[in-house]
Design a protein around this ligand. Structure first.
Ligand SMILES: [Cu+2]
Length: 175
C-alpha cells in the first residue's frame, strides 16, 4: 500500500516536472506568436491595443492611437504601419511638435518601446496618420504593425466617433 502511494508520488513529481518544462519552453518561444501558447506566455508578449478615429464627412484623413505595452526584457522598435486591407490608403507614424505656438505633425522613422514600458499614442501627440480612408464609427479597421526584429502584428481597432474620443476611460481589448 505504502509502496503504491510512493510510486504515485513519484509519478506526480515527474508529471509536474514535465509540465514545468513545457511552460518554460512556452516562455522562451513567447516573444513570437506560437500556436497553443499558454495564457501566461501570451501575457509576456508585446501587447497592442488602441482605436481609430472616424473620418469627417468629405475628408479622407484620420488617425489611429495605439497603446503598446512591452512586458519583455528586450526593447522593441516599431518601424512602420500599414493598413491591412485598402491598397490606396496610407498609414504612417507621426509625432506632434509645438514650435512657435503652432503644433505641427512630423513623420517618425521609428518608435522605441523600451523593455518593461508602455507607449501610449494620443490625440495631439504620437499617432498613426491614416490617409485615403473612410472610417465609420462603430466599424473596425485592421493595421499591420511592423517591428525591427522582423515581426509583423495585425491589430484590429474599433473606430470611434469624434464625440466619444475625449470621453473614454478604459481601453478596449481586441480579439
Ligand atoms: Cu499626422
Amino acid at each position: 500500500m505504502i509502496e503504491a502511494i510512493k510510486r504515485f508520488r513519484l509519478l506526480e513529481k515527474s508529471l509536474i516536472a514535465a509540465l514545468l518544462q513545457l511552460a518554460a519552453a512556452g516562455a522562451v518561444a513567447g516573444e513570437e506568436h506560437v500556436h497553443g501558447a499558454t495564457a501566461d506566455s501570451a501575457s509576456r508578449m508585446l501587447q497592442i491595443h488602441g482605436y481609430a478615429r472616424e473620418t469627417l464627412p468629405g475628408l479622407s484623413t484620420s488617425a489611429a492611437y495605439l497603446k503598446l505595452s512591452n512586458p519583455t526584457t528586450v526593447e522593441r522598435q516599431l518601424i512602420s504601419v500599414a493598413l491591412a486591407s485598402e491598397d490606396s490608403a496610407r498609414a504612417s507614424l507621426h509625432t506632434t511638435e509645438e514650435r512657435d505656438g503652432i503644433s505641427r505633425m512630423r513623420p517618425l522613422e521609428k518608435l522605441a518601446i523600451p523593455a518593461g514600458q508602455t507607449v501610449q499614442m494620443s490625440p495631439g501627440g504620437l499617432h498613426v496618420m491614416l490617409e485615403g480612408v473612410q472610417l465609420r464609427a462603430g466599424a473596425e479597421v485592421s493595421l499591420l504593425v511592423h517591428f525591427a526584429n522582423g515581426e509583423t502584428r495585425e491589430v484590429t481597432l474599433p473606430i470611434r466617433s469624434l464625440q466619444a474620443e475625449g470621453q473614454h476611460h478604459h481601453h478596449h481589448h481586441h480579439g
